[in-house]
Structures are given as structure tokens and as C-alpha cells.
Design a binder for this molecule. Structure first.
Ligand code: FBP
Length: 251
């Protein structure tokens, strides 16, 4: 199994996600958090175990800077915008593992829309990066997002566990899944992922108490931590919220 120690602490994870510029557009940002340098400061000051960027941000703000020594980088290798409203989304590969390595990465990530008609393309691309990354001992993180026409009529309980199991069987070392809404569903997803570790996605910014409760439930369900963006850097006090999350993950 690939060594995850570069992007975890005592086996647990707290990733700061910052690929929303591509996924959602600048509407997620204000005058502060639009600047990747401010996000890097939050990642370091907030004791995150890694930061998640797309390749352009990594190349311009991370690689060959002081941050390489301060915070490990997880590079997202695929992405899409939300301008095209496709019921069966596909997120194409936009960066190779080779290119990622030149940007000082510690791990790579790829989103699979589980239940989309485009699963076959995404499976092929994921398999290629999984092989390329594992040959170099680089951990692979699967964003296993349940989305697409194939999910219709199925319960979130069933779908979350299916996505998690798929991550294990596709060779992901860590999977990132959306919070399914309750402890029972998430616990079954974590169990279904087996030796593949689970981190939970933060979601849209919500009231702090509700967000922290989700972090607590995630840890109780057996996740190793969180991969969160907006609930940290859209907050008025990112470092304060980060500290509260940290205390839940490492009590
Ligand atoms: P957030 O904590 O801000 O939700 O970030 C997690 C994340 O997975 C990002 O990596 C990604 O940009 C975004 O959510 C995807 O969101 P969506 O569900 O809108 O596709």
C-alpha cells in the first residue's frame, strides 16, 4: 500500500480544498479569498495536512515557493465548470501525473461522477493516473461524487456506499465523498470502502454549528478527516474555524 504519511498526521487528514474557481466560478470568492496566497496562509496557519489546487494555481503560487516546505500539495488532475448543465457530467483529465510531479505534488486527485453516462471515460482516465501515480509511490485520491442519470430512484444510503466501494475497487488510497446526511449512511460507506480511507467533503458554507456537527459525525463514522474549502475560507475567521475542526479530528 502507498505511504500516506506526507498528507496525513497520525493517520488523520485535514485538507484545504481550493479548486472551486474552476468548479463554481469566481462567485465563490470575495476580495480576500480570491487570492491563492491568502489560502496558502490559511493552510499553513490552520495546520492543515495538505492543500488542494488545480495545476495553474499550483504552478503560479506553489511550486518553487517557500510553501513547498510548509504544506503538502494535492493536485486535482481533472475538472470542469458548472456553466454546462449536463445531467450526466464528465470531468476531463487536464493534467498528467508526469506534469503533477514537476509541480512538487505529494498526492493526486480525480473526480469520478458515479452514476453518470460518462463513467467509462472517467474509469479509463482514473485507471491511467492510478497506474502512473502508484508506479511512483504517489497516493491517489478519488473524489467519488454520486451524480448523473444512473442515480435516479436510488437512495443516498445505497449510492454513498456504492461510490465508496467503487473507490476501493478502482485502487484509490483515499476517497473523498459528500456527507450523506446521517451517521448510519456514512458508517456504511466507510465500511464499504474497506482499507481505502475516507475523507468527507465540506459542502457549501453553512452556519458554523451545523458544519462542526457534520465534522463530528464524520469522525464518529470512521472517516479519517475532512477535505473542506468554503466552510473555512468563506468564514469571517478561517483560522478560528480551522482550529475547531482540528480539535475534533485530533481530540
Ligand atoms: P467545499 O468544502 O467548498 O465543498 O469543497 C469541496 C469540493 O469537493 C471541492 O474540491 C470542489 O470544488 C467542490 O467541492 C465541488 O462541488 P460541487 O458539489 O458543486 O461539484
Amino acid at each position: 500500500m502507498v505511504d500516506l504519511s506526507k498528507i496525513t498526521r497520525d493517520g488523520k487528514a485535514m485538507f484545504l480544498a481550493y479548486d472551486q474557481g474552476m468548479e463554481h466560478g469566481p462567485k465563490d470568492f470575495d476580495g480576500e479569498n480570491v487570492d491563492p496566497n491568502n489560502i496558502l496562509d490559511i493552510a499553513v496557519g490552520g495546520n492543515f495536512t495538505a492543500i488542494i489546487f488545480q495545476k495553474g494555481t499550483a504552478e503560479k503560487y506553489y511550486s518553487n515557493t517557500k510553501f513547498v516546505q510548509k504544506i503538502p500539495l494535492i493536485l486535482k488532475l481533472n475538472g470542469k465548470t458548472n456553466l454546462v448543465d449536463d445531467p450526466d457530467p464528465y470531468s476531463p483529465l487536464i493534467c498528467s501525473v508526469e506534469e503533477a510531479l514537476s509541480l512538487d505534488v505529494s498526492a493526486v486527485g480525480y473526480t469520478i461522477y458515479v452514476g453518470s453516462k460518462h463513467e467509462p471515460e472517467m474509469f479509463k482516465e482514473f485507471s491511467k493516473i492510478e497506474k502512473d501515480a502508484h508506479e511512483r509511490n504517489i497516493p491517489v485520491i478519488g473524489w467519488m461524487y454520486v451524480r448523473g442519470s444512473g442515480t435516479e430512484g436510488k437512495s443516498i444510503f445505497e449510492l454513498s456506499a456504492y461510490a465508496a466501494r467503487l473507490g476501493l475497487e478502482m485502487g484509490a488510497d483515499i476517497i473523498k465523498i459528500k456527507y450523506p446526511g446521517d451517521l448510519k449512511s456514512l458508517s456504511w460507506a466507510v465500511e464499504s470502502a474497506g482499507k481505502t480511507k475516507v475523507v468527507v467533503s465540506g459542502g457549501a458554507k453553512e452556519e458554523e454549528g451545523g458544519f462542526l456537527e457534520m465534522v463530528r459525525t464524520s469522525m464518529q463514522a470512521g472517516a479519517i478527516g475532512m477535505a473542506v474549502g468554503r466552510n473555512i475560507w468563506q468564514s469571517d475567521n478561517p483560522l478560528e474555524v480551522a482550529e475547531k475542526v482540528r480539535k475534533i479530528i485530533w481530540p
